[in-house]
Design a protein around this ligand. Structure first.
Ligand code: ADP
Length: 432
């Protein structure tokens, strides 16, 4: 902080000496005049007059000097005042733009200050400043806490639920602290939106529950089969062998599940695992088709690749991730298409994107399931009955991988008629 300037003495020793000399000279002169006119009355008047002149001169000098000395102090005060005003304006801007809601209440519970975030979070529509808080916020628990705070001044935290005019529910964590505002007792409320954290927490809980369930099922099967093998191995080696095969099948399922969970985790972690290069979508589709050809043949499904070899569809993507996308979507198309069906994979350029299209004439997906199929572990009813090969993670992986690479996925489907999945990935910028 700037120190106020030291005030110098009003008169310098030279000035005081001069005044003394002047008084002395006036005195001597007055005495001489009085002696010449011969009267003590005249002497007194002369002395009085001289003193009056000297004192007046002295006072004038003091006032003049004082004014001159106070001038820098006045300047300093003006500078301090403008500094304070600037600081006040800056603080107001910071408070106004804070992400969390800030409200200050006076002793009577009237609002002294409320920033924009507070108005948004508490869904306050009219100007609350100058009015009792209770007119803007009707949260009995919060109001009660504020009342107690004025009594014991102990800080508290309250969780309140607010609904805005559209009925959107928000969970707020409000910290209430007793403060002194402009020298008077006041209360500061700081509100933070907890809705997103709560949502993430719910998702995490749901994920853990799903994973445990998905792992428990094959493990329970393995345990059951192993116990049966133990009993059968002496008397019925043939049955024991059958159950051993079942155990192996469940182990493979566990392996698939863990592999899919790791792929999904990497897809959700996004860019850090991806190495984008220029990829020709047609060659990726060709590779996936080669992998799935025997499986399609076993189901008598016609698996085709429609592409124009002369015009490659070049995208900017991670090749492995793109192959995972193609494998999952083509694999699903074969899995959810009955024997004798038809699956076609193709690629095309659409504006700034390269598009991988996989069309089948299989079981299709009911409209109410069309957004849910991209959720982790979601498996359609029919899928659950028909096969135990799926993990319910395939489309979640596809969606996350597409999004992590700046793309998206679209689905059109009609039950019993078939489905078309389109995966858009950013095309490379064409060479000029
Ligand atoms: P899953 O391992 O069950 O196949 P996915 O995430 O790959 O898991 O798919 C989720 C669900 O979407 C499936 O259980 C199935 O009901 C549905 N589905 C996916 N692809 C198709 C398709 N081509 N035709 C019909 N239903 C499909």
């Amino acid at each position: 902080m700037t120190q106020p300037p030291a005030i110098p003495p009003l008169l310098s020793p030279i000035q005081i000496g001069s005044v003394g000399l002047a008084i002395g000279a006036a005195w001597t002169l007055s005495a001489a005049v009085a002696a010449y006119f011969g009267g003590s009355g005249v002497l007194l008047i002369a002395i009085g007059g001289t003193l009056a002149v000297a004192v007046t001169w002295l006072l004038a000098a003091v006032v003049r000097q004082g004014t001159a000395r106070l001038r820098p102090l006045e300047k300093e005060l003006l500078a301090l005042q403008s500094q304070l005003l600037t600081q006040r304006a800056q603080t107001a801007i910071v408070v106004e733009n804070l992400g969390s809601g800030v409200i200050v209440l006076d002793r009577r519970g009237h609002v002294l200050l409320a920033n924009s975030a507070a108005k948004r979070l508490f869904a306050i529509h009219r100007q609350p400043v100058g009015h009792p808080l209770v007119e803007s916020i009707r949260q009995p628990e919060l109001l009660q806490t504020i009342g107690q705070l004025f009594v014991d001044r102990a800080p508290r935290e309250v969780i309140v639920e607010v609904r805005d005019e559209h009925g959107v529910r928000r969970v707020l964590r409000v910290l209430c602290v007793a403060i002194s505002y402009d020298g008077a007792a006041a209360v500061l409320l700081e509100a933070r939106d907890e809705s997103e954290n709560r949502h993430l927490e719910e998702m995490r809980r749901e994920f853990v529950a799903n994973v445990s369930h998905e792992l428990k099922t094959p493990l329970a099967a393995i345990k059951g089969y192993a116990e049966t093998v133990e009993l059968a191995i002496g008397d019925d080696p043939q049955a024991a062998l059958h159950f051993m095969t079942q155990i192996l099948e469940q182990c493979r399922r566990l392996e698939r599940l863990i592999a899919d969970m790791m792929t999904l985790a990497r897809a959700q972690a996004g860019v850090q695992y991806l190495r984008p290069t220029t990829v020709d979508l047609t060659t990726v589709i060709a590779e996936a088709i080669t992998t799935y050809a025997p499986i399609a043949a076993a189901k008598s499904i016609r698996l085709e690749h429609h592409s124009n070899q002369d015009t490659p569809v070049l995208i900017c993507a991670d090749r492995e991730a793109t192959l995972t996308i193609a494998n999952n979507v083509i694999g699903n198309a074969i899995r959810y298409t009955p024997e004798g069906g038809h699956v076609v994979a193709s690629s095309a350029r659409d504006g700034a994107f390269g598009v991988l299209v996989v069309r089948d004439n299989g079981v299709g997906i009911p409209e109410q399931e069309q957004t849910r199929v991209f959720e982790r572990f979601y498996r359609g009813d029919k899928a659950r009955q028909r096969s135990n090969k799926g993990t319910g993670l395939g489309l979640a992986i596809v969606k996350n991988l597409a999004q992590a690479q700046g793309g998206r996925i679209e689905l059109q489907s009609r039950p019993k008629q078939g489905s078309t999945f389109k995966i858009y990935l950013p095309a490379t910028v064409p060479a000029k």
